[in-house]
Write a protein of this length. Structure first.
Length: 326
């Protein structure tokens, strides 16, 4: 039985965010060789006004949420209360174990329903102050592209919806399928860093990123090599202090964390797509030893390399889990 994804479109929604859900989960993808999603668009009364005054008619109303394995809220009012009918169905969906996903300002709907109390979440950086005033119990992190809290996931603004959607595909079908979907969309399958790289700086001077961009491209092909921040700064023709500052401005993270994130990503890909043993995966991803790889996997992913391979190698993931549960 296919995994049912329902995107609930509120009145006044931004067209981009719900279109991301349509693109990632709603297109037929027979070339992937996996059972794809049963995708449904729903709205109050099956008709809503979207950006610039256009109207959207949907086949389903909000009752479609009652049968969903995953519910996506692409946006929600920032300055006004959400639709009570939508909030009630979100609470019911959470109670029966559905996966709840919010893009951009959709985080406001999950927070208003009380589903984010005590949890980490994110939203567009422009809404940070308004969100924190209204929902002080939520541990808002405005510096990341998305937050995965297990059954509840939230993303930052606009293009971060693509990042989170591909993350869901990775969870459900594995890294190889997610990469093929990303390739068809002509977007990167994984972006490191956070929203800091997109927030307007307090001064007009911007970094000339050409040299840094070339270095980052080169390093992605050299993950198996040992590289220090000092060596990275030398290759970028900067002092270590200047390099660290400019790196943070351009990527939203530190050189060490950026490199670690890429190495974890490379290790995940190797575990999912090859039969290499853990020692070889550790070497090729730049961790050096299996013990070092296990340490970082426990810290970053809360699992072991072997456990990760068992969970994702077959491409079953969350979709299969939901299907079995139903």
């Amino acid at each position: 039985m296919p995994h049912t994804v329902v995107t609930a479109v509120p009145d006044g929604t931004n067209a981009f965010e719900f279109s991301v859900a349509c693109e990632v989960f709603g297109l037929d993808r027979p070339e992937l060789g996996v059972e794809w999603y049963d995708f449904r668009l729903a709205s109050p009364g099956r008709c809503v006004t979207i950006g610039n005054g256009a109207q959207l008619r949907t086949r389903y109303d909000l009752r479609a949420i009652d049968d969903a394995d995953t519910v996506i809220i692409p946006s929600a009012p920032v300055a006004a209360p959400c639709d009570p009918a939508l909030l009630a169905r979100l609470l019911a969906a959470d109670a029966r174990g559905a996966r709840l996903v919010a893009f951009c300002s959709g985080t406001f709907a999950l927070a208003e329903a009380g589903l984010l109390d005590g949890r980490r979440a994110t939203t567009h950086w422009r809404y940070t102050e308004a969100f924190q005033r209204r929902f002080p119990r939520v541990r808002l992190d405005p510096n990341v592209l998305f937050v995965d809290e297990g059954s509840v996931l939230t993303s930052a603004g606009t293009a971060a919806a693509v990042d989170l959607a591909l993350h869901l595909v990775r969870q459900d079908h594995g890294a190889q399928v997610a990469r093929r979907v990303a390739r068809r969309m002509v977007v990167p399958p994984f972006r490191d860093g956070g929203q800091a790289q997109y927030i307007d700086p307090p001064h007009e001077a911007r970094v000339d990123g050409d040299g840094l961009a070339r270095l980052l491209d080169d390093l992605q092909g050299e993950l198996h090599l040992e590289v220090s921040v000092a060596a990275m700064a030398h290759r970028a023709a900067m002092s270590e202090r200047t390099f660290a500052r400019r790196f943070k401005e351009e990527t939203g993270t530190t050189p060490h964390r950026w490199l670690l994130g890429l190495r974890v990503q490379r290790a995940r890909q190797l575990l999912e797509t090859t039969d290499l043993d853990v020692d070889m995966v550790a070497q090729r991803s730049g961790f050096g030893t299996a013990a070092n790889l296990r340490q970082h996997f426990r810290r970053v992913l809360a699992t072991t390399p072997s456990g990760y391979r068992r969970a994702f190698r077959g491409g079953g993931g969350a979709a299969a889990t939901h299907a079995r549960a139903r």
